[in-house]
Design a protein around this ligand. Sequence first.
Ligand code: GLV
Length: 380
Amino acid sequence: MKSVTNIADLRGLARRRVPRAFFDYADSGSYEEETLRANRADLQKLKLRQRVLVDVSKRSLATTIAGQPSALPFALAPIGFTGMQHGNGEILAAEAAHAAGIPYTLSTMSICSIEQVAEATGRPFWFQLYVIRDREFTKDILSRARAAKCDTLVLTVDLQLLGQRHRDVKNGMTVPPELRIKNIIDIGTKPAWLWSILNAKSWTFGNLAGHVKGMEKINQLAQWTNQQFDPALNWKDVEWIKSIWPGKLIIKGILDADDARTAVKLGADAIVVSNHGGRQLDGAPSSISMLPGIADAVGNDIEVLFDGGIRTGADILRALALGAHACLIGRAYVYGLGALGGPGVAKAIDILRKELDIAMALTGTNSIAEIGPHLIVEQK
Ligand code: GLV
């Protein structure tokens, strides 16, 4: 682990250890990957203001996210197929998040089910919802989430249809992996991965199998979204969700100030400014370029969270400086999981924590509340 010094190292390791179809699934963006690249490039363009001779001996990274205390200004984002990056991936990630004192979000499209994660971790976590055509399923999964003591719902609203990820189509990504010669050879060279999967609690979509009719025959993301996701989904459905969900509601996938204002009107507790990690509308602007306008439009009326392209602690500082209250971390921890299992997630969180801490110190910042636009160098 000593040679792992940044998230890019974890990505390199994950690439070698995880079968190609699953590594590519996490790594890809949609279509030409313009938005995927813009997310990173636009973060890197923001230059931080170096300040000196400020007493930064009493730094704290603690904050609250959606009303809950968090040791760090970020949570783990919902990621589909996490349990295919490493066996029991969702449980390992939830445990690492808990140990670091930050929230973990379980995806609807997880491999381990809500119940398996709840039983293994014994702790509350956030649950992410995709609303499908069958509204009974939605009601049912929300009561399962409540029963598992999930108190915060992350409602993803930018994926009622799937943006194509070319690499998934080319790789024939399925769960469990399709037994093509190419895949068998690939898996044969990933024994640690295979061992972890063979010992895992689930090999299929844990939240759906046995709960959605016809799901037994579904093993592909595109097949499932085409059949089950609802292109008619609209704000009225969000009202409905709000009426049946008693906990906190976070709306994820907002990239427009008008949509952000509507989320405020509906009484959501937070929004996530997000383009789904460049995995949906290719050609959409980067999340970071839209963040200041959205943060301005909603002011203090709602908590603004952010995701898209974060690979360093400095990136987190940049997003907070431009108006995010906290961030969601996706690929950065998934690479850690694929690279080293649970300790890899802990490592990813630790890397981001240390990098953020140093970036705060070198910009003369002692607390999360002090972070603001003054930390960014004005570009001419
Ligand atoms: C699902 O959320 C995906 O982006 O694949």
